[in-house]
Design a protein around this ligand. Sequence first.
Ligand code: EPZ
Length: 417
Amino acid sequence: MDKFIVEHSRELSGKIYVSGAKNAILPVMAACLLAPGKSVLKNVPNLIDLKTMAHLLRVIGARVDYENGSMSIDSKDVCYPEAPYELVSKMRASIYVLGPLLARLGKARVSFPGGCAIGTRPVDLHLKAMEALGAEIEIEHGYINAKADQLTGGDIYFEKSSVGATINALMAAVLAKGKTRMFNAAMEPEVDSTIDLLLKMGAKIEGKGSTTLEIEGVEELFPVQMEMIPDRIEAGTFLVAAALSTKPVTVCNCNPEHLTALLEKLRETGCGLQINGGDITVNPPETIKATNILTLPHPGFPTDLQAQFTVLMCLADGISFVEDTVFPDRFMHVAELNRLQADIQMQRNVARINGVKKLSGAEVMATDLRASAALVLAGLVAEGTTTVSRIYHIDRGYDRIEEKLNSIGAKIRREQG
Ligand code: EPZ
């Protein structure tokens, strides 16, 4: 298993570039099943999770090709409505094929996703939404068996804001007969970009950017070409790296409108920010001020940046509190950060961080994608050498993170093993 050897290298400076958004591309890849023919997605990074989704689409019968950041998906011949355990257990986002398969083939058999390092993560909202559209669902031998000769529009109320359930329901509703209304829909940029793709394909959807969506089902959808949005979580990870630096860093090719909550928090820590189109320059403060964060559905502070921001607070002047209301147990990184001599105490589901003057390099272990990114950031500011093992987690969602960070002065070496 590969590891990162991270040397203390806090003097980051220059420009760092953001790739296309993994969490926007995954649902859009699944949505390509809805429009028979060849769709093309641009600005697609080379990530393990996207390869896993490509593998799944091939199992279903699509042809997927990838070259130079461009992915083509030909879904003319999809015929096998199944997401097998071996793929779903690798990547929960495989559940995204449920809605498209039901809409296109009238049936789907998707392995029931298990828990993961960030919590139990149920899929009840996905299933309730499919039932509201007339699907019959049975759970048997670890699989979700769903069928519907013809999906029909209906009202869907999401008890909880869910990115995945909103997108899955959208993908089913666009080909359902009649009108669907969704209440308390998620408003993440990844939901909007899926809506943009579906609209381009010929779907009828109103309410984009709000929590109430109205969908009028259409008979068929058509393949399209689309440029993928920048990854706000990769951008946010680099912005936090910049805040930890001793020199200005510019994060290029991002969408500042997707990052409002983080930018506000960075200002509170004392960072100077200059926004120029899709480029954000961070002038890091001499002393990082402590501030509290509470993660919430968009436009609140994203759970996917909680671990990285926690690292910033480890070095702040004062005490801060971090609470994750989206995934309350997402704190596996805390014990690892304490190995680097951070001073964090968990008080039930709230991290109380007592800022320290310095961290000290040690061996740590990555537990999930964003926790791994946080440990790499911590390694940059820790004195001496930090070894981050199990970095396959990071390769799932960051395209060559070490090369990108090294291009602005980080000292990170990948050791194969
Ligand atoms: C998406 O997961 C992202 N994954 C996650 O990013 C992200 O952390 C999460 O949204 C929240 O922003 C992808 O886009 C592939 P949810 P998703 O449904 O859709 C509960 C990363 O690091 N819930 O919005 O699975 C759930 O337990 C990953 O890139 C139910 O109770 O998240 C959570 O508390 C990790 N029942 C809340 O809703 C359900 O049926 C929000 O989860 C579904 C969700």
